[in-house]
Structure formats: C-alpha cells, structure tokens
Write a protein that binds this ligand. Structure first.
Ligand code: PGA
Length: 240
C-alpha cells in the first residue's frame, strides 16, 4: 500500500483529485468506481469547479440502499446526481437500483455492469468498523454484488442523515469484496480521529474478516490518503 498523510480534508481532496485525474487522462475509455458519504464530498467539489473532460468516463458506484428511489434525498443516486452527475457529462453512470424487488436479479444485473466496466480505479471510504462499501465485519471475501445487512454501528453512523434511526435503511445493494478487488487500482480515503482505529487495523493488523478493509493488503495497487487525525494511531514505521 502507498500511504500519503496530509494535513486536513482540503489537502486530502486535492491529492485524491490528482490521483483520479491521472487515471481519467490515462486512456480513451475509462471506468471509474465511485463512492458516496462525507469522505468524497471535497473531491466532487473540485470536479464541479475544474470541470475536467469526462465524456470518455463510465462510472460505477459501490452501493445503494434497498428501498430508496433515485429521487429520495438520502439515496446514493440522489447524492451522486447532486454532487457530480448533473454538473459533468459522463459517458454513462451506473448504480444499483434501490427500488428493484427481485434482489437476486438486480445483483446479477449489477455484476454484468461491473464485468463490462471493470474499474480502472475504485474510490473507497472506510467505516469506523473497517467496512468497505457495505461489506461489514464478518463478510465473505468471495462475494460479488449482494444485499448486505447494515451493521448496528453503520446504522448509527448513517442515522445523522435521517430524521430518526428507524428511518435508516437496514439493507443495501453492495459490491462485494470480490468485486472491489477486481479494480485495477484502489484509492482509499479517510479523515478524522473516528477512522484512526480502522486505518491502523487496515494497514498494520492481520488480514481478517473482522476488519474487511484489511483485505486490501492483498491487492497489488492500493493508494491510501489519510489526514493527520486518521493517521494518529499508526506506528512510526508504517508511515514511511
Ligand atoms: P463517510 O463513510 O465517508 O461518510 O465517513 C465512509 C463509509 O462508511 O464507508
């Protein structure tokens, strides 16, 4: 893993944007794996400002809540539209369809989308419990797209976006770890002290299902960008 420690969220977004732009400009057809949540917001803000040419870029997102429509203001489709897709003209954009009722068919459809658009780069955040997408502690490393049950810690973390904890969806369509590992390059970003333990385990701990992000130690091309707070528990020798 290549580790970059930056001062704050602003520097994190700038550095991550550089990495993404290099991939976008690297060839004629690009597939970009994107993520939602608070971590990538600063990156998308730079996209809106800089307006790079993305007419040759197809995007695939990691996940979508089961039961939320694309126009529900907490759906990930809505998030992506507001932050990015309505501002830049991508070649095509893909997310799982939160409203599909045949879950198996929707997972199979999304696996086909991914097979046709293997990400040249997959952007990832990380949960405080070490999840990537909705691959929660205990998740198999062999899963492709699946319907994941959110861990209690994730429901709690996500409840800040909903009126009451009971409104937080409990399930999501999510790329599995096997799908994520197929990306040619992975860029994981994290900021804040709340992520420090997960970052430490991901980089220094054993590869374990209990901390799903630790599987990234076995991927050949991973870049990690964290701010000083998220790096605060790392041993000195991990930081070089
Ligand atoms: P966050 O979420 O970017 O909102 O912290 C990351 C995640 O849970 O994967």
């Amino acid at each position: 893993m290549k580790l970059h420690i930056v001062k704050n969220k602003k520097e994190l977004a700038e550095k991550a944007y550089e990495v993404l732009l290099d991939v976008i400009n690297s060839k004629d057809e690009v597939s970009l794996g994107l993520a939602t949540g608070s971590s990538p917001e600063g990156i998308y803000e730079i996209f809106r400002r800089e307006k790079p040419d993305v007419s040759h870029v197809t995007t695939v997102n990691l996940d979508e809540y089961v039961g939320l429509s694309a126009d529900h203001d907490q759906s990930y489709a809505y998030f992506m539209n507001e932050h990015l897709f309505k501002h830049l003209k991508f070649k095509a954009t893909h997310l799982p369809n939160g409203l599909s009722t045949d879950h198996a068919a929707e997972c199979a459809r999304y696996d086909e989308v991914l097979a046709a658009n293997t990400p040249d780069l997959q952007l990832l955040g990380i949960g405080t419990n070490g999840h990537i997408a909705f691959n929660e502690p205990g998740a198999s490393f062999e899963l492709t797209t699946n319907v994941a049950e959110l861990a209690p810690a994730t429901v709690e973390a996500n409840s800040r976006y909903f009126e009451t904890p009971a409104d937080v969806p409990t399930h999501a369509f999510s790329m599995g770890i096997k799908s994520i590992m197929q990306a040619k390059k992975i860029l994981l970003i994290a900021s804040g002290a709340g992520k420090a333990q997960a970052i430490k385990g991901m980089i220094e701990g054993p590869v374990t299902h209990e901390l799903p992000a630790s599987v990234l130690q076995t991927h050949v091309d991973v870049t990690v960008i964290v701010d000083a707070e998220a790096a605060s528990l790392l041993r000195n020798d991990s930081m070089h």
